[in-house]
Design a protein around this ligand. Structure first.
Ligand code: DGI
Ligand code: FE
Ligand code: FE
Ligand code: FE
Length: 184
């Protein structure tokens, strides 16, 4: 699928602000893929569709988790987690993207997981450091990304965990597993 076609499809699913974020993730993912030797076309496609389900009604996403036998644990944690695995499902069903590597990168872009592939890592990091992001500590992660993919990821997951704990939010097990995988 051509970039223009993919962007046109995703634009209809998003707010203007979220679309601008998506283009930032796309550009950043392409740069990171070139830098770290990942498949640039797959990185571009996964980045374009990573937030495809971001504005789906929560009830629709919860129903899909149940009907598609996704981990039922997902329903116990923040609703923010749902758009990643549900997005991968909907992108396959509604857009016809079938590449399992692309779908996995979409599915794990919010939580991470153990044994992240290079493509998973690139989409996760691009989502965190794209130029529109202004999290505390994001500039440090941008600098680390120039030197080491895993160092940048460790700093970004660590920032996310700190944020969740400060805000009294539960940590999804895959997020912890991703952190442990990077630090061990
Ligand atoms: O969709 P984006 O805003 O571009 O970014 P994202 O898909 O990385 O989602 C970020 C949100 O997900 C943010 O509000 C924090 C939340 N989140 C990430 N990991 C966890 C989490 N929330 C909980 N409760 N537990 C997690 O492990
Ligand atoms: Fe997201
Ligand atoms: Fe993220
Ligand atoms: Fe995003």
């Amino acid at each position: 699928m051509k970039r223009e076609e993919a962007l046109e499809i995703v634009k209809k699913q998003l707010t203007e602000r979220r679309y601008v974020h998506t283009v930032g993730v796309m550009e950043t993912a392409i740069e990171l893929a070139r830098q770290y030797g990942a498949d640039v076309t797959k990185a571009e496609l996964a980045a374009i569709f990573h937030d495809y389900a971001k504005f789906r009604p929560i009830e629709e996403m919860r129903d899909i988790v149940i009907s598609e036998n996704m981990p039922s644990e997902l329903l116990e944690y923040s609703d923010e987690l749902l758009h990643a695995p549900v997005g991968a499902y909907l992108v396959k069903k509604e857009v016809g993207i079938t590449d399992p590597e692309v779908l996995a990168a979409i599915s794990y872009h919010t939580s991470g997981r153990v044994n992240m592939t290079l493509l998973d890592k690139i989409v996760y990091l691009a989502d965190y450091i794209e130029p529109g992001r202004s999290f505390p500590g994001v500039e440090e992660v941008r600098q680390l990304a120039k030197e080491s993919l895993d160092s940048a990821l460790l700093q970004s997951v660590s920032n996310t965990l700190t944020f969740l704990i400060k805000n009294n939010q539960a940590v999804y097990p895959d997020t912890f597993h991703f952190y442990n995988d990077l630090i061990l």
